[in-house]
Design a protein around this ligand. Structure first.
Ligand SMILES: *Cc1c(COP(=O)(O)O)cnc(C)c1O
Length: 435
């Protein structure tokens, strides 16, 4: 075996500091990283032997916990069959089964599935579907998108252009990003009905620009990375109607919200509506592999292909990767085999009970919970280096950003672990802000 594979902890951590980019990291400062030796259930084990209760599900994905025997088995069985073959001209059971399964669990009339490698690519594919649809229909002036402020849809160029124009990366890349339209983010609460007023800005933008709009793109119910904001299902219902009235397609980015995270299988199920195009990712494989998918209706699929190109113009090398698809099939099976609905209610109750006392901390602006998501919003951004260390010392893995300290634990978390996760979050906030 090579020295690289046998590297001591000290050695590989040095290599990490010298050579490796982490998400949004600097090459000038040593990133504050915590070495992980292994992970099992809801626990991450650090190289120094400490165990942390995981409050992040590795960014919404590890819904069944780590080292899950059923998902392990699916991966091992598929490895011995084939880990990958090209999807051009070839097909396989894991890919076809995943497509059928996604169509079965998402709302009608979504019926066509494009399997890709990551969330950002799934959103790129969704945007391309919308644009190619209108090109095929002879309406190529319909090339702009309408997105929400505080939205997040990925880090690649087409997706950056629909992220929040202020808190996203627009100002850095404004020369190269396509200019789209933005509506204010919805302020109508999850439990409230949307009024005409709540829809006024969206409606005015559609009225003014619909001839140039290919699609509206939103994260349904929960705006994730752009602010962890929850909004009303009624807003979504009304937006569906508006899109139909103005002849504009509707894209739902369910990459964070999909697979029961908000308490329904998909966030749009709270509203009982369906988009024309839907993106899923993150929890698709239970956090095992990088995989995502873009679904569309038969109308969109046929509409795209009756145009000049005759085909949908996309096809990544690792499209439909059988290894990832077989783990995704096992993960969806595992989710459907449980009473996931009651379980998400249990987690929501546990989060609400455990986090509500955070309101007593002066630095805290708001506490909100929905399904398996608990959010503590502060008045000011946290000091990442100091608070991150405190969370680890308290035995929990929480990764805040900006003013948001939030958790979305694996669905298998016990009541006891959930209570201690919340308790430790609050103790850390007291230490950080009450001193
Ligand atoms: C994470 C996320 C993405 C991007 O997915 P990646 O796999 O990180 O490329 C897109 N949209 C939403 C809503 C997300 O939460």
């Amino acid at each position: 075996m090579s020295d690289y594979q046998n590297a001591s902890a000290q050695q590989w951590q040095q290599w990490d500091r010298d050579h490796i980019w982490h998400p949004y990291s600097s090459a000038l400062q040593r990133p504050d990283i915590f070495p992980v030796a292994s992970a099992s259930g809801v626990r991450l084990q650090l190289s120094d032997g400490r165990e942390l209760i995981d409050g992040m599900s590795s960014w919404w994905s590890a819904i069944h916990g780590y080292n899950n025997p059923i998902l392990n088995q699916a991966a091992k069985a598929q490895l011995d069959t084939m880990s990958h073959v090209m999807f051009g001209g070839l097909s396989h059971q894991p890919g076809a089964s995943l497509g059928k399964r996604l169509v079965d669990i998402t709302p009608e009339p979504l019926s066509r599935v494009f399997i890709s490698d990551s969330g950002s690519v799934a959103v790129e594919v969704a945007i391309k579907m919308a644009l190619q649809f209108w090109i095929s229909q002879g309406s190529k002036q319909k090339s702009k998108l309408l997105a929400l402020r505080n939205g997040y849809h990925g880090d690649t160029f087409a997706t950056m252009a629909v992220c929040d124009p202020v808190t996203g990366m627009h100002h850095l890349f404004s020369e190269v990003l396509t200019q789209h339209f933005f509506a204010p983010s919805p302020t109508v609460d999850f439990k409230q009905q949307a009024t005409d007023d709540d829809m006024a800005d969206m409606q005015a933008l559609l009225e003014a620009h619909h001839q140039f709009l290919a699609a509206v793109i939103v994260e349904p119910i929960v705006q994730g990375t752009g602010g962890m904001r929850f909004y009303s299902p009624d807003y979504l219902r009304r937006l569906r109607t508006l899109c139909d009235d103005y002849g504009v397609l509707l894209i739902h980015d369910e990459i964070a919200t999909g697979f029961a995270r908000t308490g329904e299988m998909f966030a749009c199920d709270h509203a009982g509506i369906s988009p024309d195009i839907m993106c899923v990712g993150k929890a698709l494989t239970g956090g095992y592999m990088s995989l995502a998918a873009t679904l569309c209706t038969e109308e969109i699929a046929v509409g795209i292909c009756e145009g000049e190109a005759g085909v949908f113009m996309h096809g990544p090398t690792f499209m439909g990767n059988p290894l990832a698809c077989s783990v995704a099939n096992a993960s969806i099976d595992l989710l459907l085999s449980q009473d996931w609905h009651s379980n998400m209610q249990r987690i929501q109750l546990g989060l609400s009970a455990g986090l509500s006392s955070a309101k007593e901390i002066n630095a805290v602006k708001d506490v909100r919970c929905l399904g398996g998501i608990g959010v503590i919003e502060l008045h000011k951004p946290v000091n990442m280096v100091s608070i991150q260390k405190r969370f680890v010392e308290a035995g929990i893995w929480i990764r805040p950003f900006g003013k948001l300290v939030y958790t979305m634990p694996p669905y298998i978390i016990s009541d006891k672990d959930l209570a201690s996760l919340c308790k430790s979050m609050i103790e850390v906030l007291h230490k950080e802000f009450d001193a």
